[in-house]
Design a protein around this ligand. Structure first.
Ligand code: ZN
Length: 132
């Protein structure tokens, strides 16, 4: 099953916790044992799995990404959002999560985030579930 979810981001850089959206898609899919692929078809946003219990973790990740890849720099790309492209490549555009007994095998502290680097924008989140 493939589920497409539209997400409207509100800031230039923000991480949106999509864990409950992905869990819901897994429930709807009726896959008992398999794989869930979470993917974004964009070049300036990404997907990551990290701690969603303490929001300071996401704040620290964003803070450090901004230090490593600042918004302005000696970039060539005419659109002016090279930092967002670089950050998106660092994070990656998908994650795969094992489904066991109809549940995502996420750790207690893990959450799935859509990482916006050039918002606000309308984004698409693809969730593909496979039995096997
Ligand atoms: Zn661009």
């Amino acid at each position: 099953m493939l589920k497409t979810v539209e997400i409207t981001t509100k800031k230039r850089i923000e991480f949106i916790d999509v864990t409950s959206i992905v869990r819901q898609a897994v429930t709807e899919s009726s896959v008992r044992d398999g794989i869930c692929v979470v993917y974004v078809p964009h070049t300036t946003c990404g997907i990551t799995i990290n701690e969603h219990a303490d929001p300071d973790v996401v704040r620290d990740i964003i803070y450090q990404l901004e230090k490593i890849v600042p918004e302005s720099g000696s970039y060539n790309h005419i659109e002016g959002n090279s930092d967002a492209h670089i950050k998106a490549s660092m994070i990656g555009s998908s994650e795969s999560i094992i489904i066991s007994d109809s549940k995502l095998m996420l750790g207690v502290w893990q959450g799935i985030f859509l990482c916006e680097f050039d918002g606000p924008r309308k984004r698409y989140l693809y969730i593909k579930t496979l039995e096997g």
